[in-house]
Design a protein around this ligand. Structure first.
Ligand code: PLP
Length: 394
């Protein structure tokens, strides 16, 4: 007779994984499924990065590194933060981890105490609330509206900030909405954070995937906000390196010192070979990123135009990442082919079972009037998938 961890029993399984697993199984059974579920670029890791990994192994550089990451990789990250984001950090401000998700986990573990509140905008990336709960803190949700670009506003933040507020999670470009904050909007958030002494966890993992506007790191807006910001980034999305599991964070030294200790006991260093490959990614030819961007722009433009031409569906033009949040509020309550749609989950199931199209129900992101479509899939797939969706709701 034993009791398992009460805290960890409360952690939800990933809904996005559930539906993509079902789609994968259908595919394996020979069914022609079109999937809009992808959360990773449909490109291979560039050749020179893969070659660097092979070279690392050939040289026998296969042992442990410092738990917080290779000094040379930290230097390459500092150069990147300086050149791309105008941020001055030294190696003592950096921890390299097993993906940006792990960096987020470490960041929350380092700053949260029981009773602390962490603000998350809705729709949110599925892992944020669970990562906050794992750090014994409480997620506080701020609803955003499509009309306001799915963004925090000054008012919406001030409404929930109180003495327990420890941090705001900011994700620009955003998953699932594709929203990119402007510099002025970031300034407003920074002012609030500085005034109320609140940390910003700035998840910039999609920074390179911006098609309108320009990425700005909130940490670069001044010394006060830089001290309060934990910048999260990684290799997964920019370099099509999702499976390599390298992410990093930059923060004040006091925070870094706690994270170093956590990581030294929890995982030790992230994979050594992937770390060497990441140096090649950051220092090498950046052209593959531009090729990827070109493809994403074309697909995004097609997808948005097509969705807005389908009766019952609509979406805003996302500025970045590779997702479109499709508004399905006109579909909710309707019946198609004897199947009544009462929720985003119903709609996702209907599409999968009726026309073999996999989408992510918005409820996974706390937004039941939406589904998320990823355009990290070929233009042909997008055309075919949208044709099927159109047919399904005629
Ligand atoms: N943050 C956001 C918003 C993401 O969408 C993802 C991946 O889907 C991550 C972080 C995690 O990326 P990584 O592969 O570096 O752990």
């Amino acid at each position: 007779n034993f009791e398992l961890s009460r805290k960890n029993k409360e952690i939800s399984p990933s809904l996005t994984l559930a539906i993509t697993a079902k789609a994968k199984k259908m595919k394996a059974d020979g069914i022609d499924v079109v999937s809009f579920g992808a959360g990773e670029p449909d490109f291979n890791t560039p050749e020179h990065i893969r070659a660097a990994a092979i070279d690392t192994m050939a040289k026998g550089l296969t042992g442990y590194t410092a738990a917080s990451g290779l000094p040379n990789l930290k230097m390459a990250i500092c150069d990147k933060l300086k050149n791309d984001n105008n941020l001055d950090y030294s190696s003592e401000n950096i921890v390299v981890s097993n993906g940006a998700k792990h960096s987020l986990f470490n960041a929350l573990q380092a700053i949260c105490n029981p009773g602390d509140e962490v603000i998350i905008s809705v729709p949110y990336w599925v892992s944020y609330p669970e990562l906050v709960k794992l750090a014994d803190a409480k997620p506080v949700f701020v609803e955003t509206s499509e009309e306001e670009g799915f963004k925090y506003t000054k008012e919406s933040l001030l409404r929930v900030i109180n003495k327990n507020t420890k941090a705001i999670i900011l994700n620009s470009p955003n998953n699932p909405t594709g929203t990119v904050y402007t510099e002025n909007e970031l300034k407003e958030i920074a002012e609030i954070a500085v005034k109320h002494n609140i940390f910003i966890i700035s998840d910039e993992i999609y920074e390179k995937l911006i098609y309108d506007g320009k990425h700005k790191s909130i940490a670069s807006l001044g010394d006060d906000i830089k001290k309060l910001t934990i910048v999260i980034n990684g290799m997964s999305k920019a370099y099509a390196m999702t499976g390599w599991r390298i992410g990093y964070l930059a923060a004040d030294k006091e925070i870094i010192s706690i994270i170093n200790n956590i990581q030294s006991h929890a995982t030790s260093n992230p994979n050594t070979i992937a770390q060497y490959a990441s140096i090649a990614a950051l220092k090498g030819d950046q052209k593959p990123i531009y090729k990827m961007i070109e493809a994403f722009v074309e697909r995004r433009n097609y997808m948005v135009e097509k969705i807005n031409s389908i009766d019952g569906l609509s979406c805003r033009m996302p500025e970045g990442a590779f997702y479109v949040m499709v508004n399905i509020s006109k579909i909710i309550g309707k019946t198609f082919n004897g199947f009544t749609i009462n929720s985003s989950m119903d709609f996702a199931e209907y599409l999968l079972e009726n026309v073999n199209v996999a989408v992510i129900p918005g409820i996974a992101f706390g937004a039941d009037n939406y589904i998320r479509l990823s355009y990290a899939t070929s233009l042909e797939n997008i055309q075919e998938g949208l044709k099927r969706i159109e047919k399904a709701i005629q």
